[in-house]
Design a binder for this molecule. Structure first.
Ligand SMILES: Cc1cc2nc3c(=O)[nH]c(=O)nc-3n(C[C@H](O)[C@H](O)[C@H](O)COP(=O)(O)OP(=O)(O)OC[C@H]3O[C@@H](n4cnc5c(N)ncnc54)[C@H](O)[C@@H]3O)c2cc1C
Length: 443
């Protein structure tokens, strides 16, 4: 044992419930999984550490153009009814049906309605701490919330934490970052300033000079992790102030110290910039901070599963006997140089052939160990390049739906998820699936 570790005394833990399926994480994948398993009549618990569902939907309220499956389609239908989704069609650049901008607050509430409607029990404000293993198989999850620490038992556990927290705790091997140099894609610091009178702003040259002055005088300090700016004139870039969000380099979402330091520096820089704007910049005297800022990571752990979907699979439009989630978004990697520039040529060359798609095999959701565990969302078994394509929200919802359906069918049949017939699962999930088409009238 390392010198900085201590042994805790053995503790008894309260058993808070027994379920067929426990889903950890209520983002796109988690809600897809919980709704699917609940609708198949299973007793399901969904655990979410925040106070709302939707995961990164709150920070990034756009659904990229990829097929999303029946639960995704239903979510869109309910959002459209409330005028809370708007489709942007660009037949040259976006796959069908186009990209949706969504109202994240309406989406979070609709997801609650769908989860409750599926008979799923929900624990918000609850961290899924680690897997509980019984005889080498995942048999529940230790959770922590205001009532303390407890155990929820489950016949199948689904890890939708985006970071594979539960799989990592259960000993599932995982990869992280680029296999050659370990780099991880930029995360984003999302924040915004409102109330700027853009007609009264100084010229670009003057803005740049003001920023340089503020940085030199110590009034603004660029956070260490912010990428792509000249630190001497932060937050001025490409002719204007960048106040909508910054890309962050080398911030590992599974490292709490690193993440905290990046968040603290970005939030304090936001405050400095707000004061600078109000005091020094014409047109900004009444501006205000709209949100305190959140960290939105793109990349984290990727588990090792029974199959690893590859970049070559994406480009070839590969199909599989157990291909449960079709997708066609390009391999969108946000890397510093020598990472790809997001030119139109790169996008076209890094997606399935025109009109075609690839399928993500069920085996990518099944960790090599332990039995009893499934993983859905951006942390499934994928090469980094394929991950760049499948991490978008419609695909994560579809992956969640596949995991929830598999969990329900495994419980019903009295087998472990890895023993399921992947081809039968595919037939069930894709029975009514047709590739989406553009709407008859473009938005
Ligand atoms: C900057 C940025 C821009 C993006 N732009 C787009 C876009 O335009 N369109 C698009 O479709 N996709 C976009 N994406 C990708 C997409 O948002 C994510 O890849 C997707 O949300 C992943 O879904 P998920 O369910 O795996 O994880 P998440 O959305 O991260 O959800 C995970 C959920 O699990 C919860 N959780 C985590 N750990 C625990 C735990 N231990 N216990 C309990 N709860 C836990 C979290 O609170 C969260 O609610 C973007 C991503 C980023 C970072």
């Amino acid at each position: 044992m390392a010198v900085n570790e201590i042994m805790l005394p053995a503790q008894s833990v309260r058993v808070a419930g027994e379920y067929d399926v426990v889903v950890c994480g209520g983002g796109p994948a988690g809600v897809g999984a919980a709704i699917a398993a609940g609708r198949l009549g299973r007793r399901v618990l969904l655990i979410e550490m925040q106070s709302r569902l939707g995961g990164l939907m709150a920070a990034v309220p756009y659904f990229c153009d990829s097929p999303g499956g029946p639960i995704f389609d239903e979510l869109i239908e309910r959002l459209l009814e409330l005028d809370a989704a708007h489709l942007r069609v660009d037949r040259e650049r976006f796959h069908p049906p186009g990209r949706y901008a969504i109202g994240p607050h309406a989406a979070a509430a609709i997801l609650l309605e769908m989860v409750r409607g599926a008979g799923v029990e929900l624990l918000l404000g609850t961290v899924a701490e680690s897997a509980w293993l019984d005889d080498g198989a995942a048999a529940g999850v230790l959770v922590v919330n205001k009532a303390g620490r407890s155990l929820v038992r489950a016949r199948v556990v689904i890890d939708c934490t985006a970071d594979a927290d539960i799989a990592a705790s259960a000993g599932t091997p995982f990869r992280q970052g680029d296999p050659d140099d370990g780099r991880i894609q930029h995360g984003n610091f999302r924040w915004s300033v409102k109330g700027i009178d853009s007609d009264s702003l100084p010229s670009a040259d003057r803005l740049e000079a003001l920023c340089r002055e503020a940085v030199a005088g110590g009034a603004i300090r660029m956070p260490d992790a912010v990428y792509g700016f000249d630190p001497a004139c932060f937050p001025f870039r490409h002719g204007s102030l960048v106040l909508g969000g910054w890309e962050l380099l080398h911030v590992d979402p599974t490292d709490p110290v690193q993440t905290t330091e990046a968040l603290v520096q970005c939030q304090l820089a936001g405050l400095q910039i707000l004061r600078f704007l109000r005091e020094r910049v014409a047109g900004c005297a009444e501006c205000r901070m709209e949100s305190p800022g959140t960290f939105a990571p793109r990349e984290s752990r990727r588990i090792e599963g029974l199959y690893t979907v590859t970049g070559a699979d994406v480009l070839a439009g590969a199909k599989f006997e157990d291909g449960v989630a079709p997708a066609w978004f390009y391999t969108d990697l946000h890397d510093p140089p020598p990472g790809p520039a997001h030119t139109w040529d790169y996008i076209l060359a890094n997606q399935p052939p025109p009109g075609d798609w690839y399928e993500i095999p069920y085996r990518c959701l099944v960790p090599v160990e332990p039995p009893g565990l499934l993983v859905a969302g951006r942390c499934i078994s994928a090469e980094r390049l394929a991950h760049g394509s499948l991490r978008i929200m419609p695909t994560c919802i579809f992956l969640g739906q596949a995991a929830g359906t598999a969990a329900a069918r495994a419980v019903e049949a009295g087998v472990r998820p890895h023993e399921l017939d992947g081809a039968a699962l595919k037939a069930e999930l894709l029975a009514d699936w047709r590739p989406p088409v553009y709407p008859s009238t473009d938005a």
